[in-house]
Ligand binder design. Structure first.
Ligand code: SF4
Ligand code: SF4
Length: 201
């Protein structure tokens, strides 16, 4: 009899434990039902890259003075600056410029240090090819205007999910002009400035 009662007790304990674990599991499921979806139906929908996104480099041929600073600051001496000395003008003349994006690590050093600002990082990230040699962009390819998610009529641009307003469930149908959940970088710097002014006063 005692053995039977012990068995019933163990069974009840296990049943209660199982019910608790099922409850815990379902609470996670129900919690996810309230969360925002993070799925992006690429390539029909694309996220708008952040303002400081480091994508494909854009190059302006006419601004380049062939100083080769970009080569010296590059961790792998990647940009190829082909120039010749013009005896008449006594200046370097750029003949050819190229960057191999199959090797580039998109650190942005070249862009940062270029004295004439002829390099800039774009939001272009779709660089995949079947042949890696096609990633070696010459000055013509580098000079192409960058692709913009917002300019493509075939694509639905989506805002970054971190900036979605509080309470908005669907990132695919955001009401215009609504408040963002996250703070933008300029809002944070504004706040920091105000704080430093307060401490100085
Ligand atoms: S640093 Fe700028 S100006 Fe100098 S070679 Fe490179 S791209 Fe041209
Ligand atoms: S982004 Fe960095 S790795 Fe790429 S070319 Fe510029 S300096 Fe070199």
């Amino acid at each position: 009899m005692l053995k039977f009662l012990k068995q019933v007790g163990d069974y009840t304990k296990e049943a209660v434990q199982a019910a608790r674990f099922i409850g815990q599991g379902l609470s996670v499921t129900f919690d996810h039902m309230r969360r925002r979806p993070i799925t992006v139906q690429y390539p029909y929908e694309k996220l708008i890259p952040s303002e400081r996104f480091r994508g494909r480099i854009h190059f302006e041929y006419d601004k380049c003075i062939s100083c080769e600073v970009c080569v010296r600051v590059c961790p792998i001496n990647l940009p190829v600056v082909d120039w010749e000395f013009n005896k008449e003008t006594k200046k370097k003349q750029l003949k050819h410029y190229s960057i191999d994006f199959g090797v580039c690590i998109f650190c942005g050093n070249c862009v940062e240090y270029c004295p004439t600002n002829c390099l800039s990082m774009t939001e272009d990230y779709e660089l995949s090819t079947y042949d890696r040699h096609q990633l070696n962009y010459d000055n013509v390819a580098l000079g192409r205007l960058p692709y913009k998610v917002t300019d493509d009529p075939m694509v639905t641009p989506l805002r970054e999910l971190v900036y979605l307003p509080k309470g908005v469930m669907d990132p695919h149908d955001l009401p215009p002009g609504s408040q963002r959940a996250g703070q933008r970088p300029e809002e944070i710097s504004e706040q920091l400035e105000q704080n430093s002014e307060k401490t100085q006063a």
